[in-house]
Design a protein around this ligand. Structure first.
Ligand code: HEC
Ligand code: HEC
Length: 263
């Protein structure tokens, strides 16, 4: 079954596209209406990941009551910012059933549903402290251009940080190291050669994932162990393993590169 189609079918049942909210309370009320139609079949009425179609999905939909999220700009163990949640809602999660809602819900509806899913967990009550943010927009704004030297250096960082223990020497995963997530379910380390990154395939997205780690999975945070330069070197090295977009392509097509970076 095409799961993107599930998302679209759900959208057809969704709230009127002109729905808007003004105050915080209105936002949560509108968010609940959007959630019931668009998210509940997977994430469940109580937000615990047990919606009516959840059992057919692998990976399982996120259980929002735990307050644990993979894609964040915040340190490991912290809740994500509203922008982080909006990014996931807007783009979806490539390669699995979580749909992109960018063209299916109005901006106000996406803001509202973010406000609503935060009500499922007490962890959001205190909000995000500025010191919890380990990847800032400023850090991502001006990545150094990719060069052959950066790629070579990235290969060394990959070896030194022992990424291969889980992701394999060739970036396809290490079959000798079976992994489980925090809930005891089997999970495979990302295969870099697919090029389809769950968190997005632009360099800032890749940077964010290994800087913050992916909570609830074995993927650790490298927030304290890599400096800025090493991180970009690693980003370009990981991306260069992709069968889809090579760093060489970007070097040959700088306008495409610039366009992708500014999105
Ligand atoms: C067809 C099923 C499906 C629908 C519909 C769906 N999701 Fe998801 N969602 C998933 C799955 C599966 C995951 C977990 C993916 C993973 O762990 O790799 C997920 C994960 C998430 C995450 C967690 C990202 C993270 O950082 O860990 C958020 C936030 C989210 N969904 C929000 C929503 C919202 C809001 C809606 C409704 C507008 C929605 N989802 C509708 C399947 C769905
Ligand atoms: C202990 C095992 C482990 C180690 C060590 C590890 N990873 Fe991962 N990594 C994982 C797992 C498991 C996933 C998949 C998580 C998922 O699918 O939700 C992952 C996912 C990722 C992703 C996200 C891909 C996406 O879908 O967006 C990136 C990027 C990544 N790893 C880079 C690295 C780099 C670079 C290193 C070394 C500095 C590294 N990892 C070390 C286990 C590991």
């Amino acid at each position: 079954m095409c799961l993107r189609a599930v998302g679209f079918a759900l959208f057809l049942l969704a709230v009127p596209p002109d729905a808007e909210a003004t105050g915080d309370e209105d936002l949560v009320v509108l968010g609940e209406r959007v959630y019931r139609k668009a998210c509940e079949p997977c994430h469940g009425r109580q937000g615990d990941g047990t919606g009516s179609i959840a059992r057919w999905l692998d990976p399982l939909p996120r259980d929002f009551t735990l307050g644990t999220f993979k894609f964040r700009s915040t340190m490991s163990g912290s809740v994500p910012t509203d922008e982080d949640l909006r990014r996931t809602v807007d783009r979806g999660i490539p390669g699995n059933s979580m749909p992109s809602w960018q063209h299916l819900l109005a901006v106000g509806e996406r803001d509202a549903v973010v406000a609503y899913i935060k009500t499922f967990s007490d962890w959001f009550e205190d909000g995000v402290y500025p010191e919890d943010i380990v990847v800032t927009d400023a850090q991502l704004a001006t990545p150094p251009p990719p060069t052959e030297e950066m790629l070579a250096a990235g290969r060394e960082v990959y070896a030194r940080m022992e990424c291969a223990k889980c992701h394999g020497e060739d970036g396809r995963g290490n079959p000798d190291n079976p992994l489980e997530d925090d809930y005891g379910r089997r999970i495979v380390a990302f295969d870099f050669t697919t090029g389809v990154y769950k968190a997005g395939s632009d360099p800032p997205d890749v940077y964010r994932s290994f800087a913050t780690g992916l909570d609830s999975t074995p993927m650790p945070s490298y927030a304290d162990s890599l400096d800025e330069t090493e991180r970009w070197q690693l980003v370009y090295y990981c991306l260069s393993l992709s069968r889809r977009t090579t760093v060489r392509d970007w070097l040959l097509h700088p306008p495409l590169w610039n366009h992708r970076m500014q999105r």
